[in-house]
Design a protein around this ligand. Structure first.
Ligand code: SAH
Length: 341
């Protein structure tokens, strides 16, 4: 690790003076303008199943949650939404679900293949930890990108909030490197403000974004979900990272500075946790916005954190945010750019 860069990142993370932080925003915004320009790419998000076999203590989709009705959209429903996404001009379709191995991988592979055959959209997947063979099959079927957040680089904290499956280890960093070798564009990121998370560990996360050469970096605030165990965790230590919009904006800006040409989304968790969450993310270095295409009645059942089903991520709202930020809607797939910095 580059000690001076680590020290600088940590200094900015601990900074609370508004005027000083505004100079961080300006630097990130200038870097964003120079490397990725004024275009804001839209990613259509389809949450096609909320079934999950994991027991993550922060997430409302966790298996032990018995009060949440589970759904799996049919192939026909998914393809209907993919066609609609294409008609709306989405350059990317992101298919997301809980981690649920009982659905055979062949079914997801055939869905990816069918979408590949009928549209030119980039296909992104976020379906959790799978075997290397499954990842390969999805890549060969035509998936272009994979999103797997490592959530925190603090291994002890991660094991506590994201218990490994019985008799398995869970190493998202290895999986990310494997996905990269398979030729996926790889996206990852963290939650900011997890109980027990320190600024020093967030500084390590940010340096990891750079070391992993991530194509997309997704950062959102931790939002307590009342139906999860982490919600009632004991009071935090003095060095606890606050789960605030300001914490997230610092992380977004520093991510832009350490990975100048990466895609950085304004995340839905930001929009949910603070008014103008999308707009401020765009001001602090973000260049991508997710548009939620999950149809009713499924949308309200995809419930990792409270408020995720609000209309903040609908197309009209998102276009207004982009216009208000003085930016333009991106055209095309919004693939990785390689910018010499
Ligand atoms: N199964 C996939 C996708 C899960 S969607 C995977 O594991 O990668 C769940 C995403 O929502 C997580 O990556 C996490 O970053 C976010 N999330 C879950 N619970 C959250 C919470 N309480 N607050 C903020 N973000 C949360």
């Amino acid at each position: 690790m580059n000690a001076s860069l680590a020290g600088e990142v940590l200094w900015w993370l601990r900074q609370e003076d508004e005027g000083t932080l505004d100079s961080l925003r300006e630097r990130a915004d200038r870097t964003r303008a120079r490397t990725v320009g004024e275009e804001v790419h839209l990613r259509g998000l389809l949450e096609f199943s909320n079934a999950c076999e994991r027991t993550c203590t922060y997430c409302g989709l966790r298996r032990p949650r018995r009060d949440l009705p589970r759904y799996h959209m049919t192939d026909r429903e998914i393809l209907g939404c993919a066609d609609e996404a294409y008609r709306m001009g989405m350059g990317t379709l992101l298919l997301q679900s809980g981690e649920y191995r009982e659905t055979p991988i062949e079914s997801l592979v055939s869905t990816v293949r069918a979408i590949r055959q009928r549209t030119e959209m980039a296909i992104a997947l976020s379906v959790g930890e799978r075997s290397p063979l499954h990842y390969r099959a999805l890549r060969e079927a035509g998936a272009d990108r994979y999103l797997l957040k490592f959530e925190t680089s603090d291994a002890v904290l991660m094991d506590r909030i994201h218990p490994p499956r019985v008799n398995r280890t869970s190493n998202r960093l290895h999986l990310l490197m494997h996905l990269k070798r398979l030729g996926f564009e790889v996206a990852s990121g963290i939650m900011v403000g997890i109980p027990g998370q320190t600024w020093a560990s967030v500084a390590r996360d940010i340096l990891l974004f750079r070391a992993l050469d991530l194509d997309m970096i997704a950062v959102g605030p931790y939002i307590p979900h009342p139906r999860t165990p982490l919600c009632s965790s004991p009071p935090a230590s003095a060095d606890q990272v606050p789960a605030t919009a300001c914490s997230c904006l610092k992380v977004i800006a520093l991510s832009r500075l350490v990975r100048p040409d990466a895609h950085i989304p304004a995340t839905r968790a930001m929009a949910v946790s603070v008014e103008k969450g999308y707009g401020s993310s765009l001001d602090w270095g973000a260049d991508v916005v997710m548009v939620n295409l999950t149809p009713d009645p499924y949308r309200s059942l995809y419930d990792p954190y409270p408020g995720g089903d609000t209309p903040s991520a609908d197309l009209d709202t998102v276009l207004e945010v982009i216009r208000h930020a003085g930016r333009i809607r991106g055209r095309g797939r919004g693939d990785r750019r390689f910018v010499t910095c």
